[in-house]
Design a protein around this ligand. Structure first.
Ligand code: ADP
Length: 246
């Protein structure tokens, strides 16, 4: 089952500086929400609070109705919340297959009894190969991750996140650093990764944001300036003034 996430009255300060102030948002189950806004608006801070890397000073976060406000990141992960951490989640000296299989095994073998291990090991290989296939990496399964092109490393990062079938996916600028020629293909892979999940992404590419999102949240100075469908946001004069600059 895919869970909804919500946050109420979230406040985060760094010293005297308020990075987030009274943020109230609902992230509906199975829907895609994009967080947009100028640099310094608080987008990454909000993603950090939702994934548990950072604990909010004020407010409450719930997932499927369960209070996770003070739950550590690894416990949130066990609830099915996954966060992409860009390329440094990849082990460069391992092959593409080993990377995805390792990510799968960390979860899948932890709960296995000794006599189940052999069966589970071959199951993780099959799961990993199926995900590589979905992300256009099957032919590169035996390639060392360090030797992949930048675009393929980004695809591998998505495969690593998706192999455990998270219910809730938090993505920080999935298109950052993707070249123009790979943009279309990679956008489709991000679409594949978030399909059917509750997804929250920070992204600057407005074509992608407008095309993929069910809901867009505009942050400015640590507060929610506007939220709505892509067409609501596109036609909101406050958003145009503050951010879109059209
Ligand atoms: P965005 O992702 O929208 O660009 P951030 O969430 O990264 O914005 O940052 C919001 C504000 O909080 C920025 O002014 C940033 O300088 C500040 N900030 C973020 N993290 C820290 C930190 N660990 N210590 C001090 N200030 C921080």
């Amino acid at each position: 089952m895919t869970h909804a996430m919500s946050c109420k009255g979230i406040g985060v300060s760094f010293g005297k500086f308020r990075a987030l102030n009274d943020v109230n948002l609902d992230f509906p189950a199975g829907r895609v929400t994009a967080l947009i806004g100028p640099n310094g608006a608080g987008k990454t801070t909000l993603l950090n609070v939702l994934s548990g890397i950072l604990t909010a000073d004020r407010g409450q976060i719930t997932v499927g109705g369960q209070d996770v406000t003070h739950m550590a990141p690894h416990r949130r992960a066990a609830l099915g919340i996954a966060r992409s951490f860009q390329i440094f989640t990849i082990f460069p000296e391992m092959t593409v297959l080993e990377n995805v299989r390792f990510a799968r095994q960390r979860k899948h073998l932890k709960v296995a009894l000794p006599w189940q291990l052999a069966h589970r090991m071959s199951q993780t290989r099959r799961d990993a190969m199926a995900v590589l296939d979905r992300f256009g990496l099957a032919d590169l399964a035996q390639t060392q991750a360090a030797n992949l092109s930048h675009g393929k490393q980004r695809a591998l990062e998505l495969a690593i996140v998706v192999v455990n079938e998270p219910e809730l996916l938090l993505l920080d600028e999935p298109l950052a650093g993707v070249g123009h020629s790979e943009m279309e293909e990679f956008s489709a892979l991000v679409g594949e990764a978030i399909q059917g999940r509750t997804a929250i992404l920070v992204e600057h590419n407005m074509d992608m944001v407008m095309g993929i999102s069910d809901q867009i949240v505009v942050l400015l100075g640590g507060e929610v300036l506007a939220k709505g469908t892509p067409s609501d946001i596109r036609s909101d004069p406050r958003v145009r003034d503050a951010y879109l600059g059209e």
